[in-house]
Design a protein around this ligand. Structure first.
Ligand SMILES: C[S@@+](CC[C@H](N)C(=O)[O-])C[C@H]1O[C@@H](n2cnc3c(N)ncnc32)[C@H](O)[C@@H]1O
Length: 434
């Protein structure tokens, strides 16, 4: 993973162009692939399917190739029959991407920020997608791996655009391309076992209850207080990003007469959640699982209360807009939306830190986290789950995700224009309308 971290950021413009061209040409002109320096220069300087159009000389391209090779993203091919040195990329291997993900990434590299519709059309020569939804799923998969980000819509823009994150972040996001929005990445996938159909991923779900349960020992008790006066007749209690359902017993204990809607897009998380429901039959009787992200999830007509635990930073700006409007329009006056704000509230570099070590049978499971700021609001988290037998490391699963930091002021800035109020509540805020 170190090697992957190393290759993830900071590529120069020529490196991005060279990499995009190698991927594109492998798919579109396989007979001429790997590419000679000459054909690579022509590919880079092509006047179609490139934004911006550039005119690189051999020197720039050779420098880009040398640096890409050092990062482990390209290889040099020496043919014995033909003396020309050729170049190929190893993007799918390095980033563990399938063909569709690789094609969409290449179009982002070659043409900058684009909408899902544009990406579907423009990647077609490399990989055919049946529907725009398929491309959207691929983009979410790339976001899970820290390779792409959804940009906020600019005024007058109908569809949000996506950008790759292989370059210097400022260069990709900071030049009037719009503010990055939060990317849905929770419980993100293992770098080795990611499934594009399950963007929130397996490794975090696999270790979640064992390694993260401590969080609920504090937050669960706070919730009992925050939800004390909720009227269950007003509708279900909605848990957004319910995860494995580790918090459901607290929700049920807080408002025993309420039904619960658990909104959870990750299949891996839902697997654990459904197992929990099969064991805890009192929860099974009251819990409705909605298998979608908040953007598209069915929500009940009205709700008696809302809980967002360790999930706000995964929601896009549009999803947060939906959340706050739902609080305003669909909950009774005074009903609490308890929204946890996980520290740090500002993007902060966090060195590798072991947050939990737990004996499990003959093994010890360790949870490690580290993070680095991505921009002024978002952080890139790397979670590493280690399995040890004595001193021997017998398993390691790495998960990368991006997270938008929120402090009270950021939440206030979003809710006050809608006429909502906010009170701090331990590590959470309680949002209501009067
Ligand atoms: C860190 S987990 C927290 C789970 C649970 N709330 C808890 O506190 O134990 C974050 C959860 O948010 C979910 N999530 C991520 N993006 C989401 C989205 N756009 N809409 C709803 N849930 C989302 C993830 O799948 C994940 O299960």
């Amino acid at each position: 993973m170190d090697e992957q971290d190393h290759t993830l950021t900071g590529l120069s413009a020529p490196e991005i162009r060279v990499l995009g061209c190698l991927v594109e040409k492998e798919a579109t002109t396989p007979d001429n692939y790997p590419l000679t320096l000459n054909s690579l220069r022509n590919a880079c300087n092509q006047s179609t399917s490139r934004d911006p159009v550039v005119s690189y000389g051999d020197r720039e391209i050779e420098q880009a190739l040398a640096s890409l090779r050092e990062r482990g993203l390209t290889r040099t091919v020496h043919s014995t029959s033909n003396r020309a040195t050729k170049f190929r990329h190893v993007v799918p291997e390095t980033f563990e991407l399938d063909h569709g993900h690789t094609a969409v990434l290449a179009v982002l590299l070659l043409r900058g920020p684009q909408t899902v519709g544009e990406l579907k059309t423009r990647s077609d020569r490399q990989h055919h997608f049946e529907a725009t939804d398929d491309v959207a799923a691929v983009l979410r998969g790339l976001a899970e791996r820290g390779l792409a980000v959804q940009l906020e819509r600019r005024p007058g823009q109908k569809d949000a655009r996506w950008a790759h994150l292989l370059g210097d972040t400022d260069a990709v996001l900071g030049d009037g391309e719009g503010e990055p929005s939060a990317v849905s990445t929770a419980g993100a996938p293992s770098a080795t076992a990611a499934d594009p159909a399950d963007p929130y991923g397996e490794a975090t779900a696999e270790f979640y209850d064992l390694l993260a349960a401590g969080h609920w020992e504090v937050f669960g008790l706070e919730l009992l207080d925050a939800l004390a006066d909720v009227d269950p007749a007003a509708g279900p209690l909605v848990d957004i990003g319910a995860g494995t359902g580790v918090g459901l017993p607290y929700l049920h204990a807080a408002v025993p007469a309420a039904s619960i809607w658990a909104i959870e897009p990750s299949r891996a998380m839902r697997t654990a959640l459904h197992t929990r429901l099969s064991i805890e039959t009192d929860l099974q009787a009251v819990t409705t699982v909605v298998p979608d992200p908040l953007a598209t999830a069915d929500l009940p007509e009205t709700a008696c209360a809302i809980v967002v635990s360790a999930a706000l930073g995964h929601l896009t700006a549009d999803e947060r807009g939906r959340l706050w409007r739902y609080v305003r329009d669909r909950t009774p006056p005074g009903a609490p939306a308890v929204v946890e704000l996980l520290p740090p509230h500002e993007p902060t570099a966090i060195p590798p830190t072991r947050y939990r070590a737990l004996p499990v049978g003959e093994l010890v499971y360790e949870g490690w986290q580290e993070a680095e700021p991505l921009d002024d609001r978002r952080m890139a988290w790397t979670m590493t789950y280690r399995v040890l037998r004595g001193d021997d490391l017998v398993g390691e699963h790495v998960v990368r995700s991006s997270w938008q930091c929120f402090g009270i002021d950021e939440v206030r800035g979003e809710i006050e224009p809608l006429g909502l109020t906010l009170e701090p509540f331990g590590e959470a805020v309680v949002v209501r309308h009067r």
